[in-house]
Design a protein around this ligand. Structure first.
Ligand SMILES: *Cc1c(COP(=O)(O)O)cnc(C)c1O
Length: 385
């Protein structure tokens, strides 16, 4: 049985007519940089999220960098972010010369634990950066409460959770700014790189547009140091089509997650994801905690089932941050998560029979271990044939 971690080809086949027409339109117009299609996508995405301002950029890492630049984060600044996230969240701040301060996560959601924030705040703290990991919102009310009390801006890294909600509102509309990635495997994926900055502040939006346009409002008049980072018109046209399907994509992921939950419910060695009642999870990843995680991952791969470990090393242990004087609070939940998490195939085209095959293979692994344990060594090897 052919099972993929993400089935981009299957989804394209389903949407091919719409997507090809949108690409054809861009080719006819030959307007490849910004232009009306990109503006149209920015506005459609703003309406979808319920946010006043969206500005498309080159990718999700640029979106973080630009949001940090717009808030003047640089040497002498500190940002607080979870140690359990993709490198880009912290890397973009380090690139600007800021110090990264790592906080621990809530073991249920894998998201920033609001209780860890306060002791890490100093007079240099310039931003709190929660990450909505795997498709589920961080617990935003207590995060916004602490940030508000200290007057610290919040930037939500929403690369993995577009369309998720928290208390009835979309993620990415709580902080001063939020960032998105349209990397092909994300829930709203382009056919290449793409990203966006979301904000509710007109002044911040203006700074973001300026920074991404070489620091100028008008061509050849440069006010601040900026960069070149633009959402490509071809990608915007493709994303405009896919945005219409995003709720259906996320619903398909939720249904697949519910099927996994049922199929794995009585496997004692697996803890399925927890969806907190404060919002809807959009399952960018279906990430379980697994006993003997590395051996299970090897067993799945040997049996032709792809799986992923996001993330095997806390960012606080990455040499790049150790060299840069990063600080950290205690990180027991982060350390444990890096040992236990395993993401199973999850995408919009996943079928029940594929998921049954994944579940049977997982059961087979643990059954083999319990029965193999009392046997003699020579029989253990044979039992795996
Ligand atoms: C994917 C991702 C990014 C970076 O996005 P790119 O478009 O690949 O630059 C940043 N943060 C998180 C949490 C991500 O998952």
């Amino acid at each position: 049985m052919n099972i993929q971690m993400v089935d981009l080809a299957g989804q394209y086949q389903r949407l091919r007519r719409e997507i090809d027409a949108a690409i054809g339109e861009v080719m006819q117009s030959c307007r490849f940089i910004r232009g009306p299609l990109v503006d149209d996508f920015d506005q459609a995405l703003a309406r979808y999220l319920g946010a006043p301002f969206v500005h498309g950029v080159g990718n999700g890492t640029d979106a973080l960098q630009v949001a940090y630049m717009a808030l003047d984060i640089g040497p002498g600044s500190e940002i607080i972010t979870p140690a359990f996230t993709f490198i880009a969240t912290a890397e973009a701040a380090a690139l600007l010369g800021a110090t990264v301060v790592f906080a621990d996560i809530d073991p249920q959601t894998f998201n920033l634990d609001p209780a860890c924030l306060e002791p890490l705040i100093t007079s240099a703290t310039k931003a709190i950066v929660p990450v909505h990991l795997y498709g589920q919102s961080a617990d935003m009310d207590p995060i916004m409460e602490v940030a508000g009390r200290h007057g610290i801006p919040v930037i939500e890294d929403n690369a993995q959770s577009i369309g998720a909600t928290y208390r009835g509102r979309r993620t990415g509309t709580f902080g001063d700014a939020a960032t998105l990635s349209f990397f092909p495997s994300k829930n709203l994926g382009a056919f290449g790189d793409g990203g966006a900055v979301v904000t509710c502040h007109a002044a911040l939006y203006e700074r973001v547009t300026m920074i991404t346009n070489h620091g100028g409002r008008h061509k050849y008049y440069n006010e601040v140091v900026g960069i070149n980072s633009r959402l490509d018109a071809l990608q915007a046209a493709i994303l405009r089509v896919k945005l219409r399907h995003l709720d259906a994509f996320n619903q398909a992921r939720r249904e697949a997650a519910a099927r996994y939950d049922t199929l794995l419910a009585d496997v004692a060695e697996i803890a399925v994801p927890i969806e907190r009642s404060y919002g809807t999870h959009v399952y960018h990843q279906y990430t379980v905690r697994a006993k003997a995680r590395d051996a299970l991952a090897a067993h799945l791969r040997t049996n032709g089932i792809p799986c992923g470990i996001y993330y095997p090393v806390p960012l606080s242990r990455q040499p790049v941050f150790r060299e840069r004087g990063a600080r950290q609070g205690p990180l027991p939940a982060t350390e444990q998560a890096t040992q236990e998490v395993l993401s199973l195939p999850m995408h919009t085209e996943l079928t029940l029979s594929q998921q049954q095959h994944v579940a049977v293979t997982i059961r087979g692994f643990y059954a083999g271990r319990t029965t193999a344990a009392p046997r003699k060594a020579e029989n253990v090897a044979a039992s795996h044939v």
